[in-house]
Design a protein. Structure first.
Length: 532
């Protein structure tokens, strides 16, 4: 008896909550398995996930079961349930068949014969076309409704509610007003948010006031500065609801918290937005005043980064940050006790995921400790002869590793000249009409060899141009050491100057449970003609 897995999918969360298709799909698919005499072992579904996405939770589960050889037949309602992309559906079917898993559809053929495979390919193209056509018509209809002065869809801003189609059809006072925005009891709360920010309160202070008062966002969570900043920047609060401010697209990337697809939002140009009039909560003058405050905050957002002296030159040895992505700088405001107040604890922390699994790397070090070590290393580098000696040793090792590079480059040039002469001879034969298949084949082989020789010669010359004589390297090292000493004297108390010096002269690698490894990138230092 064959083992069967059934698969179902609906595209929107409204269908999951209020529709009948998702619960009905397993019933009809299970009945098909019973009629065919297959043993049904599991039902997999993707609830509220677009078929355009490739990486879906349900499809991942199907792949896991197929890899484990846990079933023999995958049963779906029709092809567009597997994917709305023709190539993706075909690739999945071939991938399953390579693992001895057959795919069966309830409403059409399954592609067992060449004629059925042709029809299945056509159905995949129709499904992809249908998705694009529905999306185009839906966008056009929503834009037309917005131009008519009604909000087509979407989440209403805090302080408003939208008249639904049902209310417009049943209640006489809302007749013909579907899509219209109305004020709610939270409008006064929103107005006070604007007034507090305009009066000089910080976003964190306003969030604390809201959370202490028991207020929550429209999603029922605590207020945060980022949420409040987005609310204050919404132009609907002075009477202009802008439909189409952002273009949304579901991405194949999943969020770690919910597992649902990530919704990528990109701001649209001003001329593509449609303005829908709505009741104003604040005046345009108050809104502009708040925007000025937000712009000032954004302009000053870079100043705290100067506190992080080693920003950009600290890397992690355990995860992919070692490939060139610096560690982020983190800081928390903690409280020892109410009497003494809070303090700010700074540290450099790796927040990426380890190559060995999906566990958080967690490599971190106190910022004060690491910055003291970095300053000590900078002072050691700035000593009279240390950097010059290291530069001399680095140049000597580079020459030793390169071998007799000039002689090798000369041999490459001579070999290239011989290939070019032979190529000219064969071209002359071809022009005189004496060529043939053998001559053409030999000419093509020579041209390929000449291109390879030119590439090798260019690489060798570029490598030779980067090599420095030990004496020249030592001279550059002494110059950089003197510049470093002068900059160290000038950068006392200047976080920005120290940050530039650390980025040029240091590379720090962290490993969990080990001392930080502080390296001096000699090659990069010598390549700099001017100090950072």
């Amino acid at each position: 008896m064959l083992r069967a897995v059934t698969y179902g999918r609906v595209s929107t969360h409204e269908q999951v909550q209020h529709g009948y298709s998702l619960p009905d799909q397993p019933r009809v698919l299970t009945e098909l398995c019973e009629r065919q005499g297959w043993r049904h072992i599991e039902h997999v579904d993707d609830a509220g996930v677009s078929g355009v996405l490739i990486d879906r939770p349900g499809i991942r589960r199907v792949r896991e079961l197929a890899e484990a050889r846990a079933f023999d037949v995958l049963v779906a309602l029709k092809l567009d349930r597997l994917s709305r992309r023709a190539w993706a559906a075909a690739h999945l079917i071939d991938w399953l068949r390579d693992r001895a898993v057959e795919v069966r559809f309830l409403e059409h053929v399954s592609g067992d014969t060449p004629q059925e495979r042709l029809l299945l390919t056509m159905l995949g193209g129709i499904a992809e076309f249908e998705h694009s056509e529905i999306a185009t018509k839906t966008r056009a209809g929503r834009a037309a409704k917005a131009r008519a002065g009604k909000v087509p869809c979407g989440r209403t801003p805090c302080g408003y509610r939208m008249v639904t189609v049902a209310e417009a059809a049943v209640l006489p006072e809302f007749a013909g007003r579907d899509g219209e925005l109305l004020l709610t009891e939270r409008a006064a709360e929103v107005r006070e948010m604007f007034e507090r920010v305009a009066a000089g309160a910080s976003l964190r202070a306003v969030c604390r006031w809201l959370n202490d008062a028991g207020s929550r966002t429209e999603r029922g969570v605590l207020w945060q500065s980022e949420t409040l900043s987005r609310l204050l920047a919404n132009p609907c609060y002075y009477g202009e609801y802008q439909w189409g401010r952002t273009a949304c697209r579901q991405s194949d990337t999943r969020t770690f918290s919910s597992g649902r697809p990530y919704i990528a939002r990109k701001p649209r140009p001003e001329d593509e937005r449609i303005v829908v009039p709505c009741p104003a909560i604040v005046s345009r003058e108050l809104w502009d005043q708040v925007q000025s405050r937000l712009a000032e905050n954004a302009a000053q957002a870079g100043r705290p980064s100067l506190v992080w002296m080693l920003k950009g030159c600290v890397f992690c040895a355990a995860c992919r940050s070692a490939a060139g992505k610096p560690l982020p700088c983190r800081g928390d405001r903690k409280s020892r006790n109410p009497a003494r107040g809070s303090y700010f604890d700074r540290y450099y922390r790796c927040s990426s995921y380890s190559r060995l699994g999906d566990q958080d790397c967690g490599t971190l070090v106190r910022a004060d400790t690491l910055e003291r070590l970095a300053v000590r290393e900078l002072r050691r580098i700035a000593e009279a002869d240390w950097l010059a000696e290291k530069a001399r040793e680095h140049a000597a090792l580079a020459w030793e590793a390169a071998g007799d590079l000039p002689r090798a480059a000369g041999e490459m040039r001579r070999a290239l000249a011989r290939l070019e002469a032979e190529e000219r001879r064969l071209l002359a034969l071809v022009r005189r009409g004496l060529g043939g298949r053998l001559v053409d084949a030999e000419l093509g082989s020579l041209q390929a060899q000449r291109r390879q020789a030119e590439e090798r010669l260019a690489q060798a010359e570029a490598k030779a141009s980067r090599l420095l004589e030990p004496q020249e390297a030592a001279r550059r090292g002494e110059e950089q050491a003197s510049r470093l000493r002068a900059r160290l004297a000038d950068a006392d108390g200047d976080a920005a100057g120290m940050q530039d010096l650390c980025r040029l002269f240091l590379r720090i690698t962290l490993a969990k449970g080990k001392r930080p490894l502080i390296e001096v990138p000699i090659e990069r230092i010598l390549a700099e003609t001017n100090p950072a």
